[in-house]
Design a protein around this ligand. Structure first.
Ligand code: C5P
Length: 317
């Protein structure tokens, strides 16, 4: 019996400190101005050599995550194998903790973890910048999920510029008892623009710009100014699609958060708080109110996905 080496990778979720949404391009994507920050909510992806590519999913949020080749982590393994001329014989196990359809790039984190993990498993030695470029073929948020930290994303969110961060930020993430589909939220943005007789095509709307105030607050470690600058153009749309989100936002700020903001296209709400003590108080207030399904305390930024450990067993996967 030969030893089988597994690689485990911890891949973090993200929050958007800013999400500016421009017009729809001819390829169907929207021009974005996105400020991303990784936070300490992690999925764990374990990669073990196997005869064929297969996926299993466990953990507290496994429900509804596809355990087959359609899983974005499987597509990531396949893509990297093709580019490297290898057979994608890997068992991908995802320990799911990041909210599903929560706007926190949970699927993108799994794909990023699979890219970073297979790069190590197969000793490919591909640099982070090249993995980031490859990641864009899998989804708009995957490049940032490979990079981690804090970054500004333009284009459809995949053209990244690293941003400096002056101080750790503290958060509470309130999950909803439901998910929101990203294409559905973007489609609703467009429907509203058309109904209001406003321009909606990328050619007719100036590209959204990064908030200088926000970038300065982030670099200077000024949490109060950062709270003031948080913004997400999808928030009014998501809260009108699901009014219970407005109640969650109100409850979190009343419980002591500095500000609340919709994560990505929802349905999780992120609350920026002063410190860990405030985070515990806000999380308790949110849970007691019954306006969310769960509340998680987290910090950011955290590093992007890294191989955590090598596990050697005598059994094949
Ligand atoms: O790139 P990704 O597959 O994650 O995008 C999922 C969907 O989100 C797209 O099909 C599109 O409907 C929407 N989207 C968009 N503009 C972006 C990113 C995503 O309209 N910049």
């Amino acid at each position: 019996m030969s030893d089988v080496k597994s690689i485990a990778v911890r891949a973090p979720a993200k929050v958007n400190l800013q999400l500016g949404v421009g017009g729809r391009r001819a390829d169907g994507y929207h021009e974005l101005a996105s400020v991303f920050l990784t936070v300490s909510l992690f999925d764990r992806i374990t990669l073990t050599p196997a005869e064929e590519l297969r996926v299993t999913v466990g953990g507290v949020r496994a429900a509804g995550v596809p355990a087959d080749g359609s899983n974005i982590a499987a597509r990531a393994v396949d893509l990297l194998a093709k580019r490297s001329g290898l057979h994608p014989g890997v068992h991908v196990h995802i320990d799911k903790c990041i909210p599903v359809q929560g706007g926190m790039a949970g699927g993108s984190a799994d794909a990023a973890g699979a890219l970073v993990g297979c790069n190590a498993l197969w000793n490919l030695g591909i640099g982070r910048a090249d993995l980031v470029e490859l990641a864009a073929e899998l989804g708009s948020d995957v490049p940032f999920s490979v990079l981690g930290g804090a970054a500004f994303g333009s284009g459809r969110g995949e053209r990244l510029t690293v941003l400096p961060v002056g101080a750790t930020t503290h958060w509470v993430f309130a999950t909803a008892g439901f998910g929101l589909s990203t294409p559905a939220v973007f489609a609703e943005v467009e429907r509203r623009r058309k109904d209001a007789g406003r321009p909606w095509a990328a050619d007719d709307i100036p590209s959204p710009r990064v908030s200088r105030r926000l970038v300065d607050a982030l670099a200077g470690g000024d949490t109060a100014a950062l709270a003031d600058a948080l913004s997400n153009d999808l928030e009014p749309v998501a809260t009108s699609m699901r009014p219970e989100l407005a109640r969650t936002l109100k409850t979190g700020t009343e419980a002591g958060a500095l500000a609340g903001v919709l994560c990505g296209s929802g349905a999780t709400i992120g609350f920026l708080v002063a410190d860990r003590n405030a985070a515990r108080t806000v999380a308790q207030g949110l849970l007691a109110s019954g306006t969310c399904a769960s509340a998680h305390v987290a910090d950011g930024p955290v590093p992007g996905p890294e191989p955590e450990e090598t596990i050697t067993t005598g059994e094949s996967a």
